[in-house]
Design a protein around this ligand. Structure first.
Ligand SMILES: [Zn+2]
Length: 463
């Protein structure tokens, strides 16, 4: 089995490389990144290096804590202690850290997150942040009784921005994950009038029963907030062309807005606005709230450094020839994590994750992944910020990530607009009308040119 996997990986990497060179790219990484904001493997490498360097002190601190726990346990159980931490120790002691230093009683906590309270608080916060008004549409035609429809208007102009459906509870045959679907793009119609954006947020939170209300875990509140960020993106990013509307952006940008907005569910004020005990109506006790906020920091250094290891293995495989994945994994574990991989472990079981990791890291290219680190939490709560919920906070966040210093709603549109202008320069109106080009992946002129020229060359040689 192991042997087969090695051969499959080797073949996969070679075929990717071949395909990319056919399209005129020097490596598979160049090919993939062309259509992302990161653009080039060098940029990804710098990003990963930089992130690893920033996380290193935190990782070392956490490693020392794990080692201390191991020493204590070795003494207690009369095991020899060599002063070393092994790969098979880490998950075990990381769990101990979570349970002893950052423990939060989730059963106690979720009593403060009844669905109606969370929904009201969340919708209020979003209306405030984006300067919008949400109005539930009574008696709207929906696909199931659980589903609700809202009409969204701009607070200042009163103009309709779009509509969204909330489909929050599980039922048989329903899509099993949390996601946001754009049902109708916000774009211009052939007669020049604007088509409103319509999207649907789909989740599977527990439904209320006869004797218990629907209560959310904190991570579900985070999911709710995250997915609703996508709703906002789809509604607010209105463009001329359907293909650029809403969340139709580069893959390493699509999560940016929602990831940034997740910060709000780790802050006191928004949490208080989205919670109330389902029986007593009392707010979350201060001590519980503090514990929850602190728990975000558990093992973040080692966790993120490990993601960097996987991303770097992926980058190595797709930028250099003849890389041995297992050797590379072993070397990087030692360099970056400071914890050797288990002897004989090839990392092969992790391929899927590895091969996706760069994508994830690139998604987080805007350093949003550092959200999880102590440093950014500190930055996010910096003195220069007046209020968690004010648009100016959003403004500051955006500035921090080097994005357009406009308010949040402009954030939704700006990257799309920037791609659009590049597009306009490279395409004629005729091209844009061609259905082929609308649906094709020839996203940039360079890719399109190389694709066509290669295709023509191949056709010529075959004739
Ligand atoms: Zn998302």
């Amino acid at each position: 089995m192991m042997h087969w996997n090695s051969a499959i990986l080797k073949e996969l990497v070679e075929l990717r490389s071949k395909k990319s060179s056919l399209l005129g790219f020097s490596t598979h990484a160049d090919f993939v990144l062309e259509m992302n904001m990161a653009k080039a493997p060098e940029k990804v490498a710098t990003f990963l290096e930089d992130l690893a360097r920033k996380l290193k002190p935190l990782g070392e601190e956490e490693r020392a804590v794990l080692l201390k726990l191991k020493e204590q346990e070795s003494q207690k159980r009369n095991f020899p202690f060599t002063g070393e931490l092994h790969a098979w120790d880490t998950r075990y002691y990381m769990t101990q850290v979570e349970e002893t230093q950052y423990a939060v009683d989730q059963n106690q906590l979720n009593e403060y997150f009844p669905m109606e309270v969370v929904t009201k608080g969340l919708l209020d916060i979003y209306q405030e942040l984006f300067n919008l008004n949400f109005q539930q549409v009574e008696g709207a035609p929906v696909w199931h009784d659980d589903v609700t429809l809202y009409c969204v208007k701009d607070r200042s102009s009163g103009q309709v921005v779009g509509q969204f459906y909330l489909d929050l509870f599980p039922r048989e045959g329903k899509y099993g994950h949390a996601a946001c679907f754009d049902l109708q793009p916000g774009c211009l119609l052939p007669d020049g009038t604007r088509q409103m954006a319509v999207s649907a947020m789909v989740t599977n939170f527990n439904k209320a029963t006869a004797d218990a209300p629907s209560l959310l875990q904190h991570d579900e509140v985070e999911t709710y907030f995250h997915e609703f960020g996508h709703v906002m993106h789809q509604l607010c990013a209105q463009t001329d062309f359907a293909m650029f509307s809403g969340t139709h952006v580069e893959t390493d940008f699509v999560e940016a807005l929602s990831q940034m907005l997740e910060n709000w569910v780790w802050e006191k004020e928004p949490l208080q606005r989205m919670s109330k005990h389902y029986k007593t109506g009392k707010p979350i006790p201060e001590e519980l709230l503090d514990k929850l906020i602190k728990s975000r920091l558990a093992n973040t250094g080692l966790f993120n450094l490990r993601q960097i290891v996987l991303a770097k293995v992926d980058q190595a495989l797709h930028t250099k020839n003849g890389i041995n994945a297992a050797e590379e994994y072993f070397k990087l574990c030692l360099d970056i994590l400071g914890i050797p991989a288990s002897p004989g472990y090839t990392g092969r079981g992790k391929w899927r994750e590895m091969l996706q990791e760069t994508h994830r890291c690139q998604e987080n290219h805007l350093s949003l992944n550092i959200n999880n680190t102590k440093q950014l939490v500190v930055d996010f709560r910096g003195k220069d910020r007046e209020h968690t919920l004010s648009p100016s906070t959003g403004h500051l966040c955006l500035k921090k990530f080097g994005l357009s210093p406009n308010i949040l709603r402009s954030f939704c549109t700006c990257p799309v607009e920037s791609i659009k202008s590049t597009w306009y320069r490279n395409y004629t109106a005729g091209d844009l009308q061609a259905p082929f080009l609308r649906s094709t992946w020839t996203h940039t002129s360079r890719l399109r040119d190389s694709f066509f020229s290669q295709a023509i060359r191949l056709l010529n040689t075959q004739n």
